[in-house]
Design a protein around this ligand. Structure first.
Ligand code: HGY
Ligand code: MN
Ligand code: MN
Length: 396
């Protein structure tokens, strides 16, 4: 499975993945998912929001045990973030069949669409729509860097955007959702464990900073006459790092767009996207407010207009203790339980469905990079752990 999936959406130059929502690479990943499902005799379906499901048993019966993750990536993302969870779900089912396990609850494997929000800027679109945390109207407003709106992209990919919206009946049929994911950090590497269980997800969000200045000639405009938004942007980036360090949080400006983006032209507009995360809401609010204040002070000095728009936000997630502890017990009770600063569909669904996460060791902790890695032995340990959990939850 891994070798079949590996070449899809991989950039030859960087080795990173470019599997963005509703593009050709996304379609190829979705075809792969459907093939895996049908090869195992599972009932394949796509829900109104484009999420893919592969069912074993009567999915209308309710109290299903569901596992899965996402197949889309960040720009030049690694091979494991998302796909490890989906491949491990199919492999865990194969393992349960090898064991002769008898399912006593409906079971499904899922691929949630557009988890990374790489194209339209909002994380976890598929699971947010299903859980009603993103309305159809809000989704219709999302547009990519070329101005293409989400519904148009869905339509061009062969999906009916008119159908998108909350799917409470579907989620009501889920008794437990377990997502296996490569760890995006080094906690398991440091503790010497191949597998861990998630305790919580930090609150996190994405804010777009628009710095509007005045386009002018780079060679002939006196420094005193400039209203250069790049200066304001630069000061804001440095302020974000300062405020995050002070607060024990994280803040990243990883994406920027400049108009007109000419070497010899002072920009008219600079757009920078802040990703900030902290262990609790109050700290996150403090950091973001401080960065906005620093940006405003500098904007006033530079004669630049500032506009800040929150484009994505996920409140703190505390995974349900009963399911977390049941899983820990199934795995022998000695599995490390760790928090994460990375968002996941399991986090979005946790407000509606009992959810849990398993992490697989990432020896370098590197993620959202072609250098992301996980040892095969650890990936196998993850499959076995997931099979044990699914057997404990869904089989007699
Ligand atoms: O950004 C995140 O935390 C996740 O990878 N979507
Ligand atoms: Mn990711
Ligand atoms: Mn992920």
């Amino acid at each position: 499975m891994w070798r079949e999936l590996a070449p899809i959406g991989r950039h030859a130059g960087t080795g990173g993945y470019r599997r963005f929502a509703w593009t050709g690479a996304d379609a190829d990943c979705r075809n792969w998912f459907q093939e895996q499902a049908e090869a195992r005799g599972l009932t394949y379906e796509v829900d109104r929001n484009g999420n893919q499901w592969a069912w074993l048993g009567d999915h209308s019966a309710g109290d299903a045990v569901v596992t899965g993750s996402h197949l889309d990536s960040v720009p030049d993302g690694g091979a494991f973030d998302g796909p490890l969870g989906v491949v491990s779900s199919f492999a865990a089912l194969d393992e349960l069949r090898r064991r002769g396990a008898q399912f006593t609850r409906p079971f499904a494997i899922t691929n949630f669409g557009d988890e990374e929000g790489a194209r339209f800027g909002l994380a976890c679109v598929g699971s947010r729509l299903a859980s009603g945390r993103l309305s159809k109207e809000q989704a219709f407003e999302l547009r990519d860097g070329d101005g293409i709106r989400l519904p148009q992209a869905m339509e061009e990919a062969g999906y009916d955007p008119a159908a998108i919206g909350p799917d409470p009946e579907r989620l009501a049929r889920i008794g437990a959702f377990v997502e296996l994911h490569v760890e995006q950090g080094r906690a398991l590497d440091l503790s010497g464990d191949a597998v861990g269980i998630a305790s919580a997800i930090w609150p996190h969000g994405r804010w777009r900073f628009d710095f509007a200045g005045e386009a002018n000639h780079a060679g002939t405009t006196r420094l005193v006459d400039r209203r250069d938004p790049m200066l304001t942007y630069a000061e804001t980036v440095l302020a974000a790092r300062r405020e995050a360090e002070l607060a024990g949080a994280v803040a990243t400006f990883g994406k920027i767009s400049v108009e007109p983006n000419g070497v010899n032209a002072i920009p008219s507009l600079v757009r920078g996207w802040l990703d900030s995360r902290a262990a609790d809401q109050a700290t996150l609010d403090t950091v973001v407010a401080a960065v906005q204040r620093a940006a405003k002070e500098r904007a006033d000095r530079d004669g630049v207009d500032l506009r800040v728009v929150r484009e994505s936000f996920t409140p703190v997630v505390e995974f349900e203790h009963a399911l977390r502890d049941e899983i820990n017990k199934i795995l022998g009770g000695a599995v490390p339980v760790l928090g994460t600063g990375a968002g996941h569909d399991a986090g979005i669904l946790s407000a509606t469905v009992p959810t849990a996460m398993l992490f697989v060791r990432n020896p370098t902790g590197v993620s959202h990079s072609p250098a992301e890695s996980a040892a095969e032995d650890d990936c196998v340990a993850g499959v076995i752990a997931l099979a044990d959990v699914l057997e404990g939850l869904a089989c007699s």
